[in-house]
Design a protein around this ligand. Structure first.
Ligand SMILES: Cc1ncc(COP(=O)(O)O)c(C=O)c1O
Ligand SMILES: [Zn+2]
Length: 366
């Protein structure tokens, strides 16, 4: 299946030290920062052009019609006391925002001549990548943890993925790391500790969330964009999109949502490479005890905020939303609860202009 690389894609740059690299896959991020024990993701760099929207690395990507998801406004009861808009990513082909990532990263793998991709995921990313690899005729290997729901593993297998299971998350990462120099299987999710985040090519796909939000609001940026996060691929990609379209100073504030303080702990003075205590059963999509610095950068550079929400409250919120016709996965419902928390502590007010990225449909049952 032919994909065309954007002729203006000029290379990759480290998001912190700004070193430049040529177009290639660097699944461990910036080699120079890694050598100093401070993993840091890269971002795509383009030569200036006259495009009206955000730049994308592949011009004819493998697609299943992802994106252009609705911005739901006037959703009574989504957040009591504040009229939020929901960017409904559950409307994507496999029910989550990950389809945006998969479309670009699978296009990258095809363009670079790989036979397949390998990823660590116990949920949405695995289902999404399996689907897009099927479309592109690529092999797909997904490393899950033993506590992944059987129906999710079955779904990935039915979609043609090879699924391998491990007791602990770190063992999954070791499995993916074995492919770091492979010329046939491309690792597209993180496997370094501390984590660096996923493929910068795939993250480019998330910039379109920003473009679509602006398009649906006649160019008017919201004050806040609320994004549930694990390693912050989505939060960072959304920030990159707004930065490209509006400039860094006018980019909306990212309100990052996490299951226990990680970014919030760093904003309160902890070291960004620390290990953060905490666990979540309700929000496996948002887990992880270390930070990918891109998550922090999305908040810092947007003058944003981070909110931690606990399992019990998120499950109660998820039940409430399902009964109100909003069947979000708990990891996604967490975003709406975070707005209630931000209202309660005065970070947001009933007049605040807020878009919540509702990242995933709940019907996969995660
Ligand atoms: C439902 C849902 N929301 C949010 C995220 C955020 O992940 P990240 O921080 O890696 O963008 C994920 C990732 O698995 C997810 O599945
Ligand atoms: Zn660097």
């Amino acid at each position: 299946m032919p994909t065309t690389q954007n002729p203006r894609l000029a290379g990759l740059a480290c998001i912190r030290c700004d070193r430049r690299y040529e177009v290639a896959d660097h699944p461990t991020g910036c080699p120079a920062c890694l050598a100093q024990g401070r993993p840091m993701n890269l971002e795509c760099v383009y030569t200036p052009g006259d495009s009206t929207g955000v730049d994308q690395p592949y011009l004819r990507p493998i697609t299943l019609g992802e994106g252009r998801t609705p911005l739901l406004t006037d959703v009574p009861g989504a957040v009591p006391g504040l009229d939020v808009a929901l960017k409904w990513e559950g409307a994507n082909p496999t029910g989550s925002h990950k389809d945006r990532f998969s479309a670009v990263v699978v296009s990258r793998a095809v363009h670079a001549g790989y036979e397949g991709i390998v990823a660590a995921s116990s949920g949405n990313a695995g289902v999404s990548l399996a689907t897009y690899c099927g479309r592109a005729g690529l092999r797909c290997e997904i490393a899950v943890t033993d506590d992944t729901p059987a129906r999710v593993v079955e779904l990935m297998r039915d979609l043609g993925a090879e699924v391998v299971s491990f007791p602990h998350s770190e063992q999954r990462w070791k499995h993916v790391a074995a492919y770091r120099d492979s010329r046939t299987m491309l690792p597209v999710t993180n496997f370094v500790v501390p984590p660096v985040g996923s493929s910068p090519f795939g993250i480019e796909g998330y910039k379109l969330v920003a473009e679509e939000i602006l398009a649906d609001r006649a160019g008017r940026a919201p004050e806040w964009v609320v994004v549930p996060a694990s390693r912050g691929d989505l939060a960072w990609g959304v920030h990159l999109g707004f930065r490209e379209l509006l400039g860094a100073d006018a980019a909306p504030r990212i309100c990052l949502v996490e299951p226990f303080p990680r970014v919030a702990a760093v904003l309160a003075g902890a070291d960004e490479y620390a290990t953060f205590p905490g666990d979540t059963r309700a929000m496996p999509s948002l887990g992880g005890n270390q930070l990918a610095v891109q998550a922090l950068e999305a908040v810092r550079r947007s003058r944003g905020h981070a909110v931690a929400v606990d399992d019990e409250s998120v499950l109660a919120e998820t039940r409430r939303l399902w009964r109100a016709g909003l069947p979000l996965e708990p990891s996604s419902a967490a975003g709406l609860l975070a707005v209630s928390r931000a209202l309660a502590d005065g970070t947001m007010t009933p007049e605040s202009d807020v878009v919540v990225v509702a990242t995933a449909h709940g019907l996969k049952g995660m």
